[in-house]
Design a protein around this ligand. Structure first.
Ligand code: XMP
Length: 322
């Protein structure tokens, strides 16, 4: 296992982060020379920081590929395009592969199979894009130190991404010795938006594991809208929990509107606090916020006619529903 060099001091301030950035820019330029580097940019903290760092070091020699698997949260692909293409002027290839993912997931109920399909399709789409790029020698990855430490043991989750088989690249991993909090300071110092750098964890398979059961487009859209409301209202609180989101399972119950009965899905609110995601405590959402979320969801989200609050701890529940 690679060890964090003892010369690398903990990064907690912007000054320390700037020193790290300056060193890494030189190191990347030295490693890469005039060659091209490819990066799968998910919009998560780690890949975003790597993109900003490489863009600073080698500019247009970096090709970022943002694959939209259709399971991202409301506004996410738009933010990636805005930040990296419009503001940072980075070389960004945007692939909307929503149809391909949703077609492959059609009728699939088993959570692990859903994860496998999402992971495999992601690699296929990314590999196809990689082949379209001429003369790429390097692949950049947002590996961080806990990834290296964890990979010694059994990895709990299959993540989206990884090195596509059959594509031979050398790796560029500029933040591989940093902890998450250090990556965030580096991202902040590089000028990335705060909501990108300090955002809550979001699983690789995205909304796919929160649209419980076989995913349908209408229920996925309802989930995306309801989730945006949950995030917006919870982010108004003074103490924002570690993770907070919405789940829409594949069940329906009776509702009533204009004196007529109709069937609708429930939206389930989940918010937890944890240190390491191994155990977690349900976060006590203030009643005022719960009522606001409830009122907004039933008014603004077609298809939802009931709002529930999952306040179970882990264990016995996991944080995600699938
Ligand atoms: P659970 O549901 O196991 O989740 O209590 C613990 C933490 O891991 C995240 N999670 C995932 N992250 N790919 C990921 O990248 C996955 O397949 C996955 N499943 C769960 C979850 O959001 C929580 O933070």
């Amino acid at each position: 296992m690679e060890k964090r060099p003892s010369s690398l001091k903990r990064i907690t301030t912007k000054k320390q982060a700037q020193k790290f950035i300056d060193e890494q820019v030189l190191a990347i330029q030295k490693q890469v020379g005039k060659d091209k580097v490819l990066l799968a940019l998910s919009g998560g903290v780690d890949s975003s920081v790597v993109a900003a760092l490489l863009n600073k070091a080698i500019g247009k020699q970096l090709v970022c590929v943002h694959v939209n698997h259709g399971l991202l949260r409301k506004g996410e692909p738009e933010q990636v395009i805005k930040v990296f293409k419009k503001e940072m002027k980075a070389n960004l290839v945007y692939v909307d592969a929503t149809d391909r993912f949703l077609d492959k997931l059609k009728g699939v109920k088993d959570p692990e199979r859903k994860r496998k399909i999402i992971g495999k399709t992601f690699i296929d789409v990314f590999a196809e894009e990689a082949k379209k790029q001429e003369g790429v020698k390097y692949l950049a990855q947002g590996t961080i130190y806990p990834d290296i430490l964890e990979s010694k043991g059994v990895k709990a989750h299959h993540n989206v991404g990884g090195l596509p088989k059959g594509l031979k690249f050398e790796l560029v991993e500029p933040v591989k010795f940093l902890y998450k909090d250090e990556v965030r300071v580096v991202g902040d110092t590089l000028g990335l938006p705060k909501n990108m750098v300090y955002r809550q964890p979001f699983p690789g398979p995205g909304l796919g594991v929160r649209c419980v059961g076989a995913i349908t487009r209408d229920r996925l859209e309802a989930l995306r809208e309801a989730d945006a409301i949950v995030r917006e209202e919870i982010e108004k609180l003074k103490n924002v929990p570690w993770q907070y989101f919405c789940v829409v399972p594949d069940i329906q119950s009776t509702g009533i509107k204009d004196n007529k009965r109709y069937m609708g899905w429930p939206a389930i609110i989940r918010a937890v606090n944890t240190k390491d995601a191994v155990t977690a405590k349900a976060y006590e959402i203030p009643y005022k916020t719960l009522y606001k979320i409830r009122d907004r969801i039933v008014k603004e989200v077609p298809g939802i006619n009931r709002v529930l609050w999952d306040y179970t701890d882990k264990p016995v529940s996991t944080i995600e529903w699938e």
